[in-house]
Design a binder for this molecule. Structure first.
Ligand SMILES: [Zn+2]
Length: 506
């Protein structure tokens, strides 16, 4: 175990509900405090209440997505076609009509990306699999170079892997921080602007950080035993984990200068939809996922074996900007809140099943691109404060309405900076641990401001995360300096001073 005496849960994980209440919880370790918002949009919905859609097809808002879906099908068909080609001797030189590359050229290009991302075994195997390898001295030399580079890799120590996280990024600070926006103080505290994020990522790249998955650290066998893995990097590189919380695009963020959805564009890339104040819609890279995708396209060596971040999802407003929770299926559902009713009334052609299908396509594409998903509880609930009945209901809803979209996960990213205990090891005396474990959770992530805090149990892994937001940059700039210069990064559009948690949440 690696520990740190200054294990402070500085919570920055909120969905910025203006009516929420905060209070402090002190557990067995006195330095552990959390800020909790138990009334946050959580609704006790019976799982049996899920209804069928009463709405018809044909919403014009989805035309673009439909076009994108067709494009996706075409791309998938193309890939299938190319794979088929690769299996035929004479077809390997067939040109891809879109990018004018032969299958051999594409294989070589992908192998070079694999090598840049430290996956030399894959790169070498792929090139050796080329038909012309036996007679192509250039390819043979390339493989020799990669074998030499691979021999210089060293194991990066797990206990020095830092884990950073963000919320949805602010694209238009003038809207988020507007004086008449009652969420401005909250955004100023816990959010990061796109300009800040880009500067942070550029700085970390310049400092030789490489993005890894928590599953590069360890995985678990069917019996739950932890299996550690080696992360092999050049000696000057440093591994880090990236996560993003609440990638749901909540209704309450509408009009606040934050992206509204993730979609697949005509080139098969995942990008954002962004609804402007005037109601018009634009598309681009406005949040963590597309920004990192573009950055890794440009700098493949920023990603270890193509792995990217892990995205924590609740379920009550759907996921990724898609309204996939069960309540949206029926405009008469008594559990709909005013925001949800307003959404359904504004979108009379909303088709619940189609919405779920579209969300799943985007999630599948994101997984293909190296992203992973974690549970953040369905209702953004503070896990240690929930009764077991509530925890069971909440988990059931995540599994019923989020898991079908994003797939199974073994990672819990705790909302509201909470955790199951203080810094002691989890054990079978902790009822909530036993329950979450029985639901397949093996990796648990609280919040902490120190560079590293990890705990390796025999059958679980616990890794704390650092918030890089307005609060941290303004109040504790020294805690960012290993990663970036907070004075250079800090967005000048933020109102000053950045408030404290107590000032905002009492
Ligand atoms: Zn959260």
């Amino acid at each position: 175990m690696t520990g740190n005496k200054n294990y402070n849960f500085d919570n920055f994980d909120v969905t910025l509900h203006p009516e929420r209440k905060s209070r402090e919880r002190v557990t067995e370790k006195k330095s552990v405090s959390t800020h909790e918002f138990p009334k946050l949009n959580f609704k006790e919905i019976s799982l049996s209440k899920r209804g069928g859609s009463k709405h018809s097809n044909g919403n014009g808002n989805f035309t673009k997505i439909a076009v994108c879906a067709v494009a996706l099908v075409l791309v998938v068909s193309l890939i299938i076609g190319l794979v088929s080609c690769a299996s035929g001797k004479d077809k390997t030189k067939k040109k891809d009509e879109n990018n004018n590359m032969s299958v051999e050229e594409m294989t070589l290009q992908n192998a070079k990306i694999s090598a840049a991302q430290y996956d030399y075994d894959k790169a070498i195997a792929d090139v050796k699999g080329l038909e012309k390898y036996a007679t192509d001295t250039e390819l043979q030399a390339l493989v020799s170079t990669w074998e030499q580079e691979k021999s210089t890799l060293v194991e990066f120590p797990h206990d020095q892997i830092t884990h950073i996280f963000f919320h949805s990024l602010i694209w238009e600070p003038d809207l988020a921080f507007a004086p008449d926006n009652n969420k401005a103080d909250g955004y100023n505290l816990v959010m990061t602007t796109v300009d800040e994020f880009n500067a942070i990522i550029q700085s970390m790249y310049d400092k030789n950080y490489v993005m890894v998955s928590m599953h590069d650290i360890c995985t678990f066998d069917e019996q739950g035993n932890r299996i550690d893995h080696q992360i092999m990097l050049p000696p000057d590189k440093k591994a880090f984990v990236l996560s993003q919380d609440d990638l749901n695009y909540y209704h309450i963020q509408d009009g606040d200068g934050i992206a509204t959805k993730l979609i697949i564009d005509e080139n098969g890339k995942v990008i954002n939809e962004y609804k402007k104040l005037d109601g018009s819609v634009t598309y681009g890279d406005f949040d963590v996922v597309p920004l990192i995708d573009r950055f890794v396209e440009k700098h493949p060596e920023f990603s270890y074996k193509g792995h990217k971040g892990i995205l924590a999802l609740t379920g009550y407003n759907g996921v990724l900007g898609y309204r996939t929770d069960s309540v949206y299926a029926d405009i008469n559902d008594p559990n709909l809140d005013p925001d949800q009713i307003q959404f359904l009334e504004a979108n009379p052609d909303f088709d619940y099943q189609k919405e779920v299908e579209e969300a799943k396509k985007v999630a599948d594409k994101m997984k293909e691109n190296g992203w992973e998903f974690a549970t953040h509880t369905w209702g953004h609930r503070t896990v240690p404060d929930m009764s077991m009945d509530t925890l069971t209901t909440d988990t059931g809803k995540w599994r019923a309405y989020v898991e079908p979209v994003v797939g199974k996960t073994d990672v819990m990213i705790f909302p509201n900076g909470s955790d199951l205990t203080g810094t002691g090891y989890y054990d079978s005396s902790i009822e909530r641990f036993n329950y979450l474990y029985s639901e397949g959770i093996r990796i648990f992530c609280p919040v902490d401001s120190t560079p590293y805090w990890q705990q390796k149990g025999d059958n679980y892994f616990r890794m704390s995360r650092r918030n890089l937001d307005g609060y941290r940059m303004y109040h504790n700039p020294e805690r960012c300096e290993d990663l970036f210069d907070p004075n250079a990064v800090f967005d000048k559009k933020r109102p000053l001073p950045v408030p404290t948690m107590e000032e905002v949440y009492g």
